[in-house]
Unconditional design. Sequence first.
Length: 329
Amino acid sequence: MELVSVVVPVYKVEQYLERCVKSICEQTYQELEIILVNDGSPDRCGEMCEELAQKDKRIQVLNKQNGGLSDARNAGVKLATGKYLLFVDSDDYIAKDLVEKTVTEAEKMACDMVLFDYYCVENGIEEVRTTQIPGGKVISLEKEHQLLLAPPAAWAKLFNREFYVKADCPFPKGLYFEDLATTPIFFLKAKRISYLKEPLYYYIIRENSIMTGKNYEKSSQDKMEVLDHILSVYRENGKYETYREELEYLVLANAYFEPSKELVLEGEDGTYLQKYRDYAKSRIGNVKNNKYINQWSRKDKLHLWILNYKQYWLMRLLSKARRMVSTKL
């Protein structure tokens, strides 16, 4: 059995850490190297990591000064020795057969990366996140351009560690959206990718996490920096025109449509909405002929119209109406 290195960044997750580590230790695939990276957590997480390591010899603990999620992941990768590499965030947990199924797929297909679906869990409600990418065969970005539209989360992928290291694409320290900054580059460099159309990871949405925080200034700046980096990499590799429509969609969705909807529903009307609008316009211009946008649902097209014409009141009204209907049901 090939060794799998599981890297788990740990910071202020006392409530979730034991569940996370337990889900890894109880995998049906047992040839694991579990690296808990205590990223200078100010609570009991450091002690808990040491206690967990005493219970399972496969666990090793790396204690370091706080440097953020990217820095913790990068530090864990440096310690990894397995043939395969898996990232698990310490407030999430995984299905008991995640490693077995992804390693089996990687070995059978000789893959650089194996992608898989996941559950998005909020307030106890689980929703499966999946894609339209074909499963059960070897693919690449060259063959399947829509890979660029897949969820970028690093934890929704198993990597061949040799490929990962050669790709030379560490997570950017100090920036939010570290997965968005790296996954499109891994897709560009990977020759063999497989996709398991099965949810194997439980992604927990919780208040005050990076993804749900309200640091609008840093979020907007980091997202734009990350997307500019991706666009520059594709241009430098002579691939921008090849994937123009996918890259346009990536910018529109991540630096205009999704963050603007969130801002509108939180009551913001000004500075940051204009920032996202100006950024998207300067990078991709008019995308009315983009095939992916033309395939949007009527609901999403309506939301885009609302944003383009700044009719924010209408989006709030529709959201309020949906909540009322949901409450009555």
